[in-house]
Every structure is written in structure tokens, then in C-alpha cells.
Design a binder for this molecule. Sequence first.
Ligand code: PEP
Ligand code: MN
Length: 350
Amino acid sequence: MLIVMEHDATPEQVTRVVKVIEEMGYQARPMPGAQRTSVGLVGNDGRVDGSRLEALDGVAEVIHVSKPYKQVSREWRPENTLVTIAPGVTFGGEQIPIVAGPCSVESEHQIVLAAQQVRDGGGAALRGGAFKPRSSPYAFQGLGVKGLEMLALARRETGLAIVTEALDDEGAHRVAEVADCIQIGARNMQNYSLLRTVGRIGKPVLLKRGMAATITDLLMSAEYILAEGNGQVILCERGIRSFDPSTRNLFDLTAIPLVQKLSHLPIVADPSHGTGLRDKVIPMGRAAIAAGADGLLVEVHPDPERALSDGGQSLYPDQFAKLVREARTIADAIGRSLTPAPRTTVAARG
Ligand code: PEP
Ligand code: MN
């Protein structure tokens, strides 16, 4: 439930609403807005009788949120949420950041070279897993903490923000020490303990859609993070399982406008996992920008033939630069622009 205050409501009237919500046994989330303050009521699982709140001084309106994902819904917050992962890198606004890099961090040389290629190609942030969720326990599992250190070095060298995955609660704290944005992978989208942990850590989170998750499932998972007080969540469409083996996954582009209608959170698209096929990544990356994606997550590797994971879907650096050029033209056609690559390194910025 959302209690919308009159535009001239006093701070005392807002405080009174908060107190009454707490007396009713729920939690209150005051949300000052440009025009007026709203107070969200959370902690209920079902309809709450709002008559006591409606009668309070300064209350304009009581809105019952019809969706099960309350804080994530547009009913709760009509305007877009902007998620800033590093200075100048914001998702959900007019600018569209491109996040790119290898599937896995493999060595210092590989990740620094990849980062330079991403920046030179026009990317705004670097992706790369230090902890990898692999379908086989015998496949490369990532370099772990050493990989995180390599990502920190790549950031110092290029100024790119870092997006990297956390697999479990303990790892999430390690990842948070380095990452500008913590990625929760498709396989962990419904790991509720991990969702709560990253909610409490409070850093921006990139939440990928599960392989068999509905849009409602995705938004409910995001609600776990917001329910812990972390509103900095970026959703990601990365393809879902289908009956057709022609592509690795079925890239669900409709998810982008659907989510944007239902939620105020930004949504980005991952055409690399979405298709699993290198030559399909550029066309589907272009299509995702045209569909309104608030960012792209793309795998690019200095030497895809030798990649330790997902080489077959990783772009060559020159292909990545081409995708960025084309995405820029498409963004321009729909009144948006791409977030520029960092011009100076973090070290140089001091
Ligand atoms: C990845 O981004 O490399 C990854 C493992 O993605 P997903 O969780 O979408 O499979
Ligand atoms: Mn991958």
C-alpha cells in the first residue's frame, strides 16, 4: 500500500503516518518526491485496511498496489529508477551503457587487454566472472579472489566500472569489495538467501532472468533485494530455455517493453547468452537497443578461440566496436544516446 501525501503536507504529518503504520504492525518507507512525499507500507501479505490512514491529516490518497512485487512495481513508483554504478555510468535514463568483456577472468594479461579493447570500442563498463557458475563441475570455475584482484587492476588501467558475479553469500562480500555492480546469474535468480545478502550489502545489483523464469518470477526476485532496502537493481533479459535447439536460449525481446511497463527498474539485454552464437549477437544487440533496452551486456574476448568459457558466443574486439557504432545510430534514432567510454583512468583521476 502506498500513502500519497498532499503536496503541502508537513514533516509532522508524514511522521504521524509512519507512526500509525508501525502501530498497525507494518514497516513504513517514506519516499520524498519532487512534487509530494509518499509513504510505502511494507510487510503485509494481502490487503490491508487503509481507512485509519486515509483519515489522517495531510493524506491525499491511499493506493493499493495490486501486484505481488510491490516496491518493484510502477504503481509504487511511477518514474524510472536510475541506477548509477560508477560516476557517469547510469542505467534507466536517456543514456545507455554498454557493459562488455569476457565470460571469465582468465589472467591479468587477458583481462587488462580485454578492458582496453572494451574501452577503445566504446564500452562504459567491464564484465568478467571471477566466480563462474558452470553446468559441469569439471569445467573451469573461475580464478576466484585472484580474479577479483585482476578486475581491480583492469579498472585502474582503463577507468571502466566493474560488473562481476557472486555465486554465494560468502563470495558476495568478497565480490562487493571490488565490484561496482554485483551480478546475480540466471542459475541463482531464485537463490533467496543470496538475494537477501546482496540486498543488505547495498551495492548495485544486476539480476539476470532465470532460464525458466517468468517475468513475474524475475520481478518477485528483485522484490527480495528491494525488501532489504536496496533499490539499486538492474534487471537483465538473457534468454530462456525453449524446445528449439537452434539457439542456446530463446532471446525474449518482448521482456524489455513488458518489464518497463510493469516496473520502474532499468532492464538491460544480454544477446550473448540470449543467442549463444557469435554471428547472432550483433543483430540481436541492435534489436535490443531498438526495443528500448537500458543497456547491453556483451561477451567480447581478445582471442575467443582460446577462451576458457563461452568462446563460441564471444565477439572479436573489432566486432564489438562495430556493434557499439551501430547501437549508437539506433539509440540516436529513438532519442537516446550511448554512455561514453571513460576517457581517463581511475589512477589518472586520482
Ligand atoms: C555470464 O554472464 O557469464 C553468465 C554465466 O550468465 P547467465 O547467468 O545468464 O548464464
Ligand atoms: Mn558467459
